[in-house]
Write a protein that binds this ligand. Sequence first.
Ligand code: ARG
Length: 271
Amino acid sequence: MNIKKMVALVATGALAASLALFGCSSGDGQDSGAKDDKAAGNESGYTLVNDGKLTVAASLDFPPFENLNGDTPEGFEVELMGLLAEEMGLEINYLPSTKFDTIVPLIQTGGKADVGVSGITITDERLDQVDFTDAVCDVNQSITVLKDSGVTDVAQLEGKKVGAQTGTTGYEWAAENIKDVEMVGFDEMTAVFLALQSGQIDAIAVDLPVANYYVKTAYTDCQVIKEIPTGEQYAIAVSKDSPELTKALNTALKAVRENGKYDELAAKWLQ
Ligand code: ARG
């Protein structure tokens, strides 16, 4: 092993150790945590980064939820946000793809995007930083390996290298639950799969629908060997300063669940 690689692994190890200190919890998905009801100065009760537009920050590497088709965002959550914006009489505006672990801090700071939508699991830690809408989706974690690896169970990954997107619940789960694991963090989901193919890591921890999608469509030499029942819920992240926006999103979400459009989208993207 060369020095550069060793330094990188040591740094990743330190990150794994610091992340391992945090627990992962899925929350109940219903509490938006909104306390402050003061109107923000227009009819709707909320202000937006750009008038008339719902500006979205996302890591566009998470199909079937959000991905890039050329330059165009697509996926279940992308279309869902389109429907919610329509209900709210707004246009939708996706910012260029943003590194996943910067999205919650970006929403917390404010000024750049109104919402973070990125298969973001509601966790206690994140609830300290932002509010969440009602849940938009339920998911579990999973473990993926190369088909010819002979690995059929999580126990076989003891002391091995497991890759995940940095700052995700998959990373935390693996760091906390696989004995003596050596975690390797990546910015982008595709980089994690490429690392598995090249032998840099032995397994991937990522949300099950995403693993299934990538294995089916692109990384056909990989297979999902395990579903991990973490019982996570995705929701839209909103600044704690915009409780009225959270409320309006929840109203719109309820409407698209009731008018059948949510189910149409789920049938299109999540089968
Ligand atoms: N659900 C996981 C989490 O909240 C992973 C989300 C990753 N999202 C993405 N667009 N890459 O940590």
